[in-house]
Design a protein around this ligand. Structure first.
Ligand code: UDX
Length: 431
């Protein structure tokens, strides 16, 4: 079993460190934020992610947390798991990656730096040059991107569709592949640049599917087709498959919005206008705003109307608010003069403009003129209840995730509208 060091105790670093410890490796995770390390040393989990508390508890002897980079001096593998947020230009900000390199301790033996952070194509080459300039020619370099989705990250790590390993020296790639051997996963070996591009291209393909089905949904709305059935019919084609064809109010999260901008910017920095990706991003922005039009079609002016936003995290199973569609919706509703109440089972709603956060769905819908399902939490599956109907001032449900059954919801007395599903005649201007 190997000695592994992980730079960054954020979401990727913690999942990577905990899962590598679960595979039997000895792991030291280093972060620069004292409060985070203190919390982890007390056994507390800094964010909501299924499976992590169990892994932390089970692997206590194989998993340590530290503020000191020097404690990673004896490591054979040094995983870089730091944030690469967008700069104002849309490029990825690599300052944290460079900080890790500047803080590398004097290493005891041969080691390999393993890049898990999502970085632009060409970063590996720059890091290699940077390492050489610092006299670290002996330190190996491997690109090993992560494909973890929030809420299922532990499962994604332990049962990956593939592990991508990009290396210029085969021996370095062999070492990293051996770390994953217990998983018996499909391993794709390639050069560093191709590995970097796999990550960006895979995310772009997933986002393209989402924007594609959202546009199909919008055409379904105009023509009376039902996008849920359409997606099912499309997904049954083996060449296409069923995944990432759920129409809704757009993607959010810590990866897609940031990585799409980074890829678009990478292309334009290289002299290429990535037209399709630009459209994918624009479709997603417009999709978040379509809910406002649906609300207006049912309620007329939104001035003074009480709207319940149900589900605030960017998707169920996480407390992550980064780039959540709820942020755009809340800001638009605020600008329209609506009175907004927000509910989420775990997210704290940080960053929401002008929203009163409430503890229960019942509080959110009390006296509401409309309820919007923003995130498809399972708790909302029973929303079309007699209690909710009685509590609302106006029983309108806009289902931004097609969570509810339209016929059953209408039969329960609600005015129901999903995304890309046949809608009954709207009554504009009802007050
Ligand atoms: C994603 C990728 O799945 C992962 O491989 C990558 O490493 C990071 O980005 P994540 O952001 O955690 O992971 O969430 P994911 O489950 O992929 O969903 C992203 C967004 O797309 C969510 O807002 C979700 O609601 C939306 N989505 C997803 C749809 O609108 N329709 C779909 O069919 C699927």
């Amino acid at each position: 079993m190997a000695k592994v060091g992980v730079f960054g105790a954020g979401w990727v670093g913690l999942v990577t460190g905990a899962c590598l410890a679960e595979l039997g490796h000895d792991v030291v995770v280093r972060d620069v934020v004292p409060a985070k390390i203190d919390a982890l040393n007390r056994g507390e989990q800094p964010f909501h992610e299924d499976g992590i508390p169990d892994l932390l508890a089970r692997n206590r002897e194989r998993l340590r947390f530290t503020l000191e980079a020097s404690e990673l001096a004896d490591r054979e593998f040094l995983f870089v798991c730091v944030d690469t947020p967008p700069t104002p230009s849309g490029d990825a900000d690599l300052s944290r990656v460079w900080r890790v390199i500047d803080e590398l301790p004097a290493l005891a033996g041969h080691a390999t730096l393993v890049m898990k952070s999502t970085v632009p194509v060409g970063t590996g080459e720059k890091v290699r040059n940077g390492l050489d300039e610092r006299g670290l020619q002996a330190l190996g370099y491997v690109s090993n991107p992560e494909f973890l989705a929030e809420g299922t990250a532990v499962r994604d790590f332990m049962h990956p569709d593939r592990v991508v390993i990009g290396a210029s020296e085969a021996a370095d790639g062999d070492g990293v592949a051996a770390l994953y051997a217990p998983l018996e996963a499909v391993i794709l070996r390639c050069d560093v640049k191709s590995a970097e591009m796999v990550k960006l291209a895979a995310n772009a393909a997933l986002m393209t599917r989402i924007s594609f089905i959202n546009e199909i949904a919008n055409v379904c709305e105009a023509t009376g087709a039902d996008v849920v059935k359409v997606a099912e019919g499309v997904g049954l084609d083996r060449r296409l498959g069923p995944h990432f064809l759920r129409a809704g109010i757009g993607y959010g999260g810590s990866c897609f919005p940031k990585d799409s901008l980074a890829l678009k910017q990478l292309a334009s920095n290289s002299g290429y206008h990535f037209q399709l990706l630009a459209a994918v991003i624009e479709v997603n922005e417009l999709q978040k705003r379509r809910v406002i039009g649906k609300l207006k079609a049912h309620l007329g002016s939104l001035q003074g109307k009480r709207i319940a936003l149900l589900g605030l995290a960017f998707k169920p199973g996480t407390d992550d608010m980064r780039e959540a569609p709820s942020l755009v919706l809340a800001a638009r509703l605020h600008a329209e003069g609506a009175e907004v109440r927000g509910w989420d089972p775990v997210a704290d709603g940080s960053g929401l403009a002008g929203v009163t956060l409430v503890e229960t769905v019942a509080e959110a819908v009390a006296g509401a003129d409309a309820a919007v399902i923003v995130t498809e939490w399972p708790e909302l599956a029973g929303l079309a209840s007699p209690e909710v109907h009685a509590a609302m001032a106006n029983p309108v449900i806009i289902d931004g995730r097609n969570l509810l059954d339209p016929a059953a919801t209408r039969a329960a007395g609600f005015v129901y509208e999903g995304i890309g599903r046949p809608a009954p005649a709207r009554v504009a201007g009802t007050d």
